[in-house]
Design a protein around this ligand. Structure first.
Ligand code: SF4
Length: 351
């Protein structure tokens, strides 16, 4: 098994198989817009994509996987899966990449499929779980119930693949409580990593119709940030990597692209992590006696700790009437902080 080493840089070579193999139409999905690609993929294109990426990626001290994303890979015609996989597998065999990963639906997993994936060097399988609430799954026309997810996860683990689980927030019929329960159930399944996607209303989807007819109300940005904060903390506590929060920005998934409504922000994850810092600062500042404070954080986390447009500094002042300066030091781990009275310490050693 290819292990996800936390301190080793990981690169995916994305090969999109938009809507190939998926006869379903989940209300939120228009893979053409979500992946920003509607080209049909073939072996020649796969080779070109891998070659182009390999020119730009480091050759050592990193893990590189060819990643079949979009659509539902294991729903593609079985022979076509084999052609795509064997093309990428050549690069595994010659040592240019470390493995192959793919994303698929939970109900497109069985022994025959997994046998083939194993044979052709697949290392990581990501399942689009989205929710583990049957009502939410039904209203999102996912075409399967939650129980399928547990069966597929068990099978994938039995074969020894790395397992990623994707969940969404703000789907039709969903709420914070259900999303937190979904996270708890995901944690119980012990995936190697998780992705969290707040639902966006994308052009040419059924969700767009529901939204325009007043039958669907998207999460507000602040609501989605607040919920994702709770989810991120839950997964962190369970020591499960969250490798992405929100869809990747593309020409389509960006202002002026195909987003009709929903909690989009290009820096969504940073907003979530800023909010986590604000909560931690608030607890410490609740008993702070001074009027000026210096908060030391890891140098790489200054912008998160300060918040977008210094929002955290402003919020702290509004709530506690304390003027805060954020300073960076390498002596503090990411996510941690040290609070001192308003004299900046040269001696970060004491931290
Ligand atoms: S299963 Fe995946 S690819 Fe298929 S419609 Fe749903 S979200 Fe889109």
């Amino acid at each position: 098994m290819l292990c996800r080493k936390k301190n080793m840089k990981h690169y995916n070579i994305p090969i999109f198989v938009p809507h190939k193999g998926c006869p379903f139409d989940c209300v939120f999905c228009n893979q053409k817009h979500i992946t920003g690609s509607n080209d049909d993929i073939n072996e020649e294109k796969i080779i070109n994509i891998i070659e182009e990426y390999l020119k730009t990626l480091p050759k050592q001290n990193c893990i590189i996987e060819a990643a079949f994303f979009g659509g539902s890979f294991t729903g593609i015609d079985f022979d076509m899966q084999r052609k795509f996989l064997s093309t990428a597998y050549e690069y595994v065999k010659n040592g240019k990449i470390d493995g192959i990963r793919l994303s698929t639906r939970p109900d497109y997993i069985n022994d025959t499929i997994l046998d083939q994936l194993k044979k052709y060097g697949v290392t990581t399988i990501e399942l689009g779980v989205q929710s583990l609430d049957d009502d939410v799954l039904e209203r999102s026309t996912r075409g399967h119930k939650a129980d399928v997810v547990y069966i597929s996860v068990e099978l994938i683990k039995k074969y020894g693949f790395n397992l990623g689980l994707q969940m969404m927030t703000g789907l039709p019929g969903d709420n914070d409580e259900k999303a937190l329960q979904t996270a708890d159930k995901i944690i119980m399944m012990k995936p190697d990593f998780v992705r969290i996607y707040p639902t966006l209303v994308v052009k040419d989807t059924y969700l767009e119709k529901m939204y325009l007819n007043g039958k669907y109300k998207p999460q507000r940005l602040d609501e989605a940030v607040d919920l994702c904060k709770k989810l991120l903390l839950k997964f962190k506590e369970a020591d499960i990597d969250v490798i992405r929060v929100s869809l990747q920005t593309t020409d389509e998934i960006s202002p002026g692209g195909s987003i009709v409504a929903g909690p989009y922000d290009a820096q969504f994850r940073e907003l979530v992590e800023s909010r986590i810092y604000l909560d931690k600062f608030s607890v410490a500042l609740g008993s702070f006696k001074g009027k000026d404070a210096v908060i030391y954080v890891n140098t790489k986390e200054i912008s998160k700790a300060t918040g977008s447009k210094k929002q955290n500094i402003k919020d702290i002042y509004d709530k506690y009437k304390i003027k805060v300066k954020i300073r960076g030091t390498d002596k503090i781990k990411k996510g941690e902080f040290y609070l001192s009275y308003g004299v900046e310490s040269e001696e970060a050693d004491c931290i």
